[in-house]
Write a protein that binds this ligand. Structure first.
Ligand code: B16
Ligand code: MG
Length: 221
């Protein structure tokens, strides 16, 4: 059997930090007097910091303001995540990464748009589980571009056919599909259109469940 790999997104898949990104953007939007709610935030998930700002404003405010507001949102975010601990690790995530680490037929990577990804992984002592980590500082091409996931597969030394991406964002599912990878969506099936499988969270799947996705794909070839 081929070696297989799982590429995990971070915010909203492994750790419950998506709510802190939302709170950061909301605080900035309130300050700027702009309407912003969870529904609008859904479109921002997975996008880079800068693309999120442009999506929130609906226009490009120019270089100086964009840099200032991105910095401001990040300061809010860092303030919110300053206090996070392991209780913010999402259901099923710990069990699955531990199971994958023990299995010789599997590798795992973390691929996040966030430039804060390594900080969060280190803070929660999660870095040791991953064979490769790719974050938003390693490519200018943010999701829905597949660059982050392609780089993660390359670092794992696996062809795209042999990896599956786990994502909570519409932009992330699109990125995995653009990279011709299988994708498990976590969240609302109406939003995560295009995923091979959509679950509530990682407590609903284990390694044999993920393995079945590959057997199904092989059988249909
Ligand atoms: P930062 P993921 C993404 O992380 C978040 O979903 C998104 O909301 C955030 O804007 C992006 O990271 C950039 O984060 O401002 O910390 O660099 O979901 O790809 O793990
Ligand atoms: Mg995410």
């Amino acid at each position: 059997m081929n070696m297989h790999g799982v590429i995990f997104d971070l915010d909203g898949v492994i750790v419950n930090t998506a709510k802190f990104h939302y709170k950061g953007w909301k605080k900035l939007a309130d300050k700027l007097g702009l309407p912003f709610d969870e529904e609008k935030n859904e479109k921002l998930k997975g996008l880079s910091r800068r693309d999120s700002l442009l999506a929130m404003l609906g226009k490009d405010p120019g270089e100086d303001k964009a840099a200032k507001w991105c910095e401001e949102k990040n300061a809010y975010y860092l303030e919110f995540v300053g206090q996070i601990d392991k209780s913010e690790i999402l259901p099923g995530a710990m069990e699955l990464v531990r199971e994958i680490q023990k299995d010789k037929g599997w590798k795992q990577a973390l691929a996040s748009s966030s430039k804060n990804a390594k900080l969060i992984l280190n803070k929660l002592d999660l870095t040791k589980y991953f064979d490769a980590v790719v974050d938003g500082s390693e490519t200018e091409k943010a999701k829905p571009d597949p660059a982050l996931f392609l780089l993660a597969a390359k670092k794992l030394g696996l062809p795209t056919d042999d990896v599956v991406v786990v994502e909570d964002a519409e932009s992330g599912v699109a990125a995995a599909r653009a990279g011709k990878m299988k994708v498990i969506g976590l969240g609302d099936p109406k939003i995560l259109v295009g995923a091979d499988l959509v679950l509530k969270d990682l407590s609903q799947i284990d390694l044999s469940g993920i393995g079945r996705l590959f057997s199904k794909a092989a059988a249909s070839r």
